[in-house]
Design a binder for this molecule. Structure first.
Ligand code: SF4
Ligand code: SF4
Length: 91
């Protein structure tokens, strides 16, 4: 059985100092479902105790799922700059 945590541990990252995903926190405050906290395979989105969305972009797998699933138009998503981001070839 494939365990996703085992696969994730094989990835390499070259994190950019600047995020490639920007979230409109004002829209998140009125979001009825916070689906991003459930669908990101890397767990990049979490909900703080005071109901703010926190994003940890450095672990992003660049799958684009959050961009597709957020129906509140709150996510501005781009690929990282060249040379930065995740390397999948080690999995
Ligand atoms: S689904 Fe979109 S609007 Fe809702 S909390 Fe996540 S990023 Fe914000
Ligand atoms: S692109 Fe994929 S891995 Fe990256 S934050 Fe969105 S859902 Fe998570």
């Amino acid at each position: 059985m494939v365990v996703i945590e085992d696969k994730l541990s094989l990835l390499r990252y070259n994190a950019d100092a600047e995020t490639h995903i920007r979230v409109d926190s004002a829209r998140c405050r009125t979001c009825p479902h916070h689906v991003c906290t459930h669908i990101c395979p890397a767990g990049c989105y979490t909900l703080s105790d005071d109901s703010e969305i926190l994003l940890s972009y450095t672990g992003c797998l660049e799958c684009g799922t959050c961009r597709v699933m957020c129906d509140q138009e709150a996510i501005d998503w781009n690929y990282p700059r060249g040379g930065f981001g995740v390397s999948l070839r080690y999995t």
